[in-house]
Design a binder for this molecule. Structure first.
Ligand code: 6PG
Length: 246
Protein backbone atom coordinates (compact mmCIF):
# COMPACT_ATOMS: atom_id res chain seq x y z
CA UNK A 1 0.00 0.00 0.00
CA UNK A 2 1.56 3.30 -1.00
CA UNK A 3 -0.87 5.89 0.43
CA UNK A 4 -0.24 6.30 4.15
CA UNK A 5 -3.69 5.83 5.63
CA UNK A 6 -4.82 7.91 8.57
CA UNK A 7 -6.00 5.24 11.01
CA UNK A 8 -8.22 6.43 13.83
CA UNK A 9 -9.36 3.95 16.47
CA UNK A 10 -12.31 4.98 18.63
CA UNK A 11 -13.11 3.17 21.86
CA UNK A 12 -16.74 2.33 21.11
CA UNK A 13 -18.97 2.06 18.04
CA UNK A 14 -20.89 5.12 19.27
CA UNK A 15 -17.65 7.12 19.39
CA UNK A 16 -16.82 5.75 15.93
CA UNK A 17 -20.05 7.08 14.42
CA UNK A 18 -19.70 10.35 16.31
CA UNK A 19 -16.22 10.78 14.82
CA UNK A 20 -17.49 9.87 11.34
CA UNK A 21 -20.37 12.36 11.62
CA UNK A 22 -17.96 15.08 12.78
CA UNK A 23 -15.62 14.34 9.87
CA UNK A 24 -18.56 14.46 7.42
CA UNK A 25 -19.74 17.81 8.78
CA UNK A 26 -16.20 19.26 8.78
CA UNK A 27 -15.50 18.17 5.21
CA UNK A 28 -18.92 19.42 4.08
CA UNK A 29 -18.22 22.85 5.60
CA UNK A 30 -14.75 23.03 4.02
CA UNK A 31 -15.93 21.96 0.55
CA UNK A 32 -18.91 24.31 0.59
CA UNK A 33 -16.70 27.18 1.77
CA UNK A 34 -14.19 26.43 -1.00
CA UNK A 35 -16.49 25.41 -3.87
CA UNK A 36 -20.07 26.08 -2.85
CA UNK A 37 -21.00 22.38 -2.76
CA UNK A 38 -20.09 19.04 -1.19
CA UNK A 39 -20.19 15.90 -3.32
CA UNK A 40 -20.41 12.70 -1.31
CA UNK A 41 -20.70 9.06 -2.23
CA UNK A 42 -22.60 6.90 0.23
CA UNK A 43 -21.72 3.32 1.03
CA UNK A 44 -24.15 0.48 1.39
CA UNK A 45 -24.07 -2.51 3.71
CA UNK A 46 -25.07 -2.34 7.39
CA UNK A 47 -22.16 -0.43 8.98
CA UNK A 48 -22.91 3.12 7.73
CA UNK A 49 -26.59 3.00 8.71
CA UNK A 50 -25.77 4.24 12.23
CA UNK A 51 -23.77 7.09 10.74
CA UNK A 52 -26.65 8.10 8.47
CA UNK A 53 -29.12 7.98 11.36
CA UNK A 54 -26.79 10.12 13.47
CA UNK A 55 -26.27 12.65 10.68
CA UNK A 56 -30.06 13.00 10.41
CA UNK A 57 -30.08 14.38 13.98
CA UNK A 58 -27.33 16.93 13.41
CA UNK A 59 -28.33 20.61 13.23
CA UNK A 60 -26.68 23.15 10.93
CA UNK A 61 -25.69 20.82 8.11
CA UNK A 62 -26.27 22.68 4.81
CA UNK A 63 -28.19 19.84 3.17
CA UNK A 64 -29.18 22.04 0.21
CA UNK A 65 -25.50 22.22 -0.84
CA UNK A 66 -24.75 18.52 -0.49
CA UNK A 67 -25.00 16.17 -3.48
CA UNK A 68 -25.47 12.45 -2.85
CA UNK A 69 -24.30 9.53 -4.97
CA UNK A 70 -23.81 5.78 -4.35
CA UNK A 71 -20.53 3.92 -4.79
CA UNK A 72 -22.36 0.71 -5.51
CA UNK A 73 -25.81 -0.79 -5.57
CA UNK A 74 -27.40 -4.18 -5.51
CA UNK A 75 -29.28 -5.13 -8.70
CA UNK A 76 -32.66 -4.48 -7.10
CA UNK A 77 -35.39 -1.81 -7.21
CA UNK A 78 -35.20 1.12 -4.75
CA UNK A 79 -37.96 -0.30 -2.52
CA UNK A 80 -36.23 -3.68 -2.15
CA UNK A 81 -34.92 -4.56 1.37
CA UNK A 82 -31.41 -5.05 -0.08
CA UNK A 83 -31.34 -1.62 -1.75
CA UNK A 84 -28.49 0.61 -0.59
CA UNK A 85 -30.55 3.59 -1.71
CA UNK A 86 -33.48 2.48 0.45
CA UNK A 87 -31.26 2.10 3.51
CA UNK A 88 -29.81 5.60 3.11
CA UNK A 89 -33.19 7.10 2.34
CA UNK A 90 -34.83 5.60 5.40
CA UNK A 91 -31.92 6.43 7.75
CA UNK A 92 -31.06 9.90 6.45
CA UNK A 93 -32.32 11.40 3.20
CA UNK A 94 -36.04 11.20 4.02
CA UNK A 95 -35.36 12.91 7.35
CA UNK A 96 -33.40 15.98 6.27
CA UNK A 97 -34.20 18.92 3.93
CA UNK A 98 -32.03 17.78 1.03
CA UNK A 99 -33.55 18.81 -2.33
CA UNK A 100 -34.56 15.82 -4.49
CA UNK A 101 -32.42 17.25 -7.31
CA UNK A 102 -29.34 16.74 -5.08
CA UNK A 103 -29.91 12.98 -4.82
CA UNK A 104 -28.45 10.91 -7.65
CA UNK A 105 -29.83 7.44 -7.17
CA UNK A 106 -28.37 4.54 -9.20
CA UNK A 107 -31.28 3.07 -11.14
CA UNK A 108 -30.56 -0.55 -10.32
CA UNK A 109 -34.12 -1.57 -11.11
CA UNK A 110 -33.01 -1.68 -14.74
CA UNK A 111 -33.29 -5.32 -15.89
CA UNK A 112 -29.96 -4.97 -17.72
CA UNK A 113 -27.33 -4.21 -15.08
CA UNK A 114 -24.87 -2.97 -17.71
CA UNK A 115 -27.48 -0.48 -18.89
CA UNK A 116 -27.92 0.74 -15.30
CA UNK A 117 -24.14 1.15 -15.02
CA UNK A 118 -23.92 3.08 -18.31
CA UNK A 119 -26.78 5.32 -17.22
CA UNK A 120 -25.10 6.15 -13.92
CA UNK A 121 -21.80 6.71 -15.69
CA UNK A 122 -23.53 9.28 -17.87
CA UNK A 123 -25.01 10.88 -14.75
CA UNK A 124 -21.48 11.33 -13.36
CA UNK A 125 -20.15 12.67 -16.66
CA UNK A 126 -22.98 15.23 -16.83
CA UNK A 127 -22.80 16.30 -13.18
CA UNK A 128 -19.01 16.74 -13.18
CA UNK A 129 -18.87 17.96 -16.79
CA UNK A 130 -16.20 15.37 -17.53
CA UNK A 131 -14.22 15.31 -20.74
CA UNK A 132 -13.40 11.93 -22.32
CA UNK A 133 -10.95 9.95 -20.15
CA UNK A 134 -11.49 12.22 -17.12
CA UNK A 135 -12.61 10.83 -13.74
CA UNK A 136 -14.90 12.64 -11.27
CA UNK A 137 -13.29 14.02 -8.10
CA UNK A 138 -15.71 13.43 -5.23
CA UNK A 139 -15.08 15.43 -2.10
CA UNK A 140 -15.78 12.34 0.00
CA UNK A 141 -16.34 8.67 -0.72
CA UNK A 142 -17.60 6.52 2.15
CA UNK A 143 -16.76 2.81 2.04
CA UNK A 144 -17.40 -0.20 4.20
CA UNK A 145 -15.13 -3.23 4.34
CA UNK A 146 -16.42 -6.61 3.22
CA UNK A 147 -15.43 -9.76 5.16
CA UNK A 148 -13.50 -10.88 2.04
CA UNK A 149 -11.75 -7.54 1.66
CA UNK A 150 -14.09 -6.12 -0.97
CA UNK A 151 -14.78 -2.39 -1.22
CA UNK A 152 -17.90 -0.95 -2.86
CA UNK A 153 -18.80 -3.98 -5.03
CA UNK A 154 -15.26 -4.66 -6.15
CA UNK A 155 -15.09 -8.27 -4.98
CA UNK A 156 -12.03 -10.56 -5.05
CA UNK A 157 -11.63 -12.37 -8.40
CA UNK A 158 -14.29 -10.24 -10.07
CA UNK A 159 -13.92 -8.68 -13.52
CA UNK A 160 -14.31 -5.07 -12.40
CA UNK A 161 -11.02 -5.24 -10.45
CA UNK A 162 -9.13 -4.69 -13.67
CA UNK A 163 -11.27 -1.89 -15.08
CA UNK A 164 -9.16 1.18 -15.81
CA UNK A 165 -11.36 3.27 -18.12
CA UNK A 166 -14.99 2.95 -17.10
CA UNK A 167 -16.47 4.90 -14.20
CA UNK A 168 -19.29 2.54 -13.29
CA UNK A 169 -19.74 -1.11 -14.31
CA UNK A 170 -21.97 -4.08 -13.69
CA UNK A 171 -19.84 -6.63 -11.88
CA UNK A 172 -20.88 -10.28 -11.68
CA UNK A 173 -20.37 -11.62 -8.14
CA UNK A 174 -20.14 -15.38 -8.43
CA UNK A 175 -20.73 -16.13 -4.74
CA UNK A 176 -23.99 -14.18 -4.77
CA UNK A 177 -24.86 -15.27 -8.33
CA UNK A 178 -25.86 -11.72 -9.16
CA UNK A 179 -24.60 -8.54 -10.71
CA UNK A 180 -23.68 -5.59 -8.52
CA UNK A 181 -23.27 -2.11 -10.02
CA UNK A 182 -20.17 -0.41 -8.76
CA UNK A 183 -17.76 2.49 -9.08
CA UNK A 184 -14.40 1.40 -10.42
CA UNK A 185 -11.01 1.92 -8.77
CA UNK A 186 -10.15 4.97 -10.96
CA UNK A 187 -13.22 6.76 -9.55
CA UNK A 188 -12.50 5.73 -5.95
CA UNK A 189 -8.86 6.80 -6.32
CA UNK A 190 -9.71 10.17 -7.87
CA UNK A 191 -11.52 11.27 -4.70
CA UNK A 192 -10.28 14.07 -2.43
CA UNK A 193 -10.97 11.81 0.54
CA UNK A 194 -11.97 8.19 1.05
CA UNK A 195 -13.18 7.05 4.45
CA UNK A 196 -13.39 3.35 5.33
CA UNK A 197 -15.71 2.62 8.23
CA UNK A 198 -15.38 -0.68 10.07
CA UNK A 199 -16.98 -1.69 13.31
CA UNK A 200 -17.08 -4.86 15.41
CA UNK A 201 -14.88 -7.83 16.28
CA UNK A 202 -16.08 -9.72 13.22
CA UNK A 203 -14.09 -7.26 11.11
CA UNK A 204 -10.86 -7.50 13.15
CA UNK A 205 -9.13 -10.17 11.05
CA UNK A 206 -9.90 -8.60 7.67
CA UNK A 207 -8.94 -5.13 8.97
CA UNK A 208 -5.55 -6.54 9.99
CA UNK A 209 -5.14 -8.27 6.62
CA UNK A 210 -5.92 -5.09 4.70
CA UNK A 211 -3.83 -2.72 6.82
CA UNK A 212 -0.89 -4.93 7.78
CA UNK A 213 -0.48 -7.69 5.18
CA UNK A 214 0.94 -6.00 2.08
CA UNK A 215 0.89 -9.22 0.09
CA UNK A 216 -2.77 -9.97 0.73
CA UNK A 217 -3.71 -8.44 -2.62
CA UNK A 218 -7.24 -7.54 -1.47
CA UNK A 219 -9.52 -5.15 -3.36
CA UNK A 220 -9.65 -2.72 -0.41
CA UNK A 221 -5.87 -2.43 -0.59
CA UNK A 222 -6.20 -1.01 -4.09
CA UNK A 223 -8.17 1.95 -2.76
CA UNK A 224 -5.35 4.48 -2.77
CA UNK A 225 -6.38 8.03 -3.63
CA UNK A 226 -3.81 9.39 -6.08
CA UNK A 227 -4.16 12.92 -4.74
CA UNK A 228 -6.31 12.63 -1.67
CA UNK A 229 -6.68 11.41 1.88
CA UNK A 230 -7.34 7.82 2.94
CA UNK A 231 -8.90 7.58 6.37
CA UNK A 232 -9.73 4.41 8.29
CA UNK A 233 -12.22 4.94 11.10
CA UNK A 234 -12.35 1.88 13.33
CA UNK A 235 -13.76 1.02 16.67
CA UNK A 236 -11.52 -0.81 19.13
CA UNK A 237 -13.19 -4.15 18.36
CA UNK A 238 -12.52 -3.87 14.61
CA UNK A 239 -8.95 -2.74 15.36
CA UNK A 240 -8.49 -5.58 17.83
CA UNK A 241 -5.95 -7.54 15.78
CA UNK A 242 -3.84 -4.61 14.64
CA UNK A 243 -0.25 -4.64 15.90
CA UNK A 244 -0.05 -0.87 15.28
CA UNK A 245 -3.08 1.29 16.23
CA UNK A 246 -3.21 4.63 14.44
C1 6PG B 1 -22.69 -3.23 -0.17
C2 6PG B 1 -21.52 -2.38 0.17
C3 6PG B 1 -20.34 -3.24 0.60
C4 6PG B 1 -20.30 -3.12 2.10
C5 6PG B 1 -19.47 -4.23 2.72
C6 6PG B 1 -19.52 -4.18 4.23
O1 6PG B 1 -23.45 -2.87 -1.06
O2 6PG B 1 -22.84 -4.25 0.50
O3 6PG B 1 -21.29 -1.34 -0.53
O4 6PG B 1 -19.14 -2.88 0.05
O5 6PG B 1 -19.76 -1.87 2.46
O6 6PG B 1 -20.00 -5.45 2.27
O7 6PG B 1 -20.83 -4.45 4.61
P1 6PG B 1 -21.28 -4.38 6.14
O8 6PG B 1 -21.15 -2.96 6.55
O9 6PG B 1 -22.68 -4.83 6.13
O10 6PG B 1 -20.36 -5.28 6.93
Amino acid sequence: MTVQPEIRVLKTSQELFDAAAAEFALQAAEAIHARGRFTVTLSGGSTPKSLYSLLATKPNIPWDKIYFFWGDERHVPPDHPDSNYRMADEALLSKVPVPAKNIFRLHAEEKDAQAAALQYEQTLKDFFHLSPGEFPRFDLILLGLGPDGHAASLFPESAALNETHRLVVANWVEKFKTDRITFTFPVLNAAACVIFLASGAEKASIVREVLENNSANLPSQKVQPTNGRLIWLLDAAAAGNLSRRG
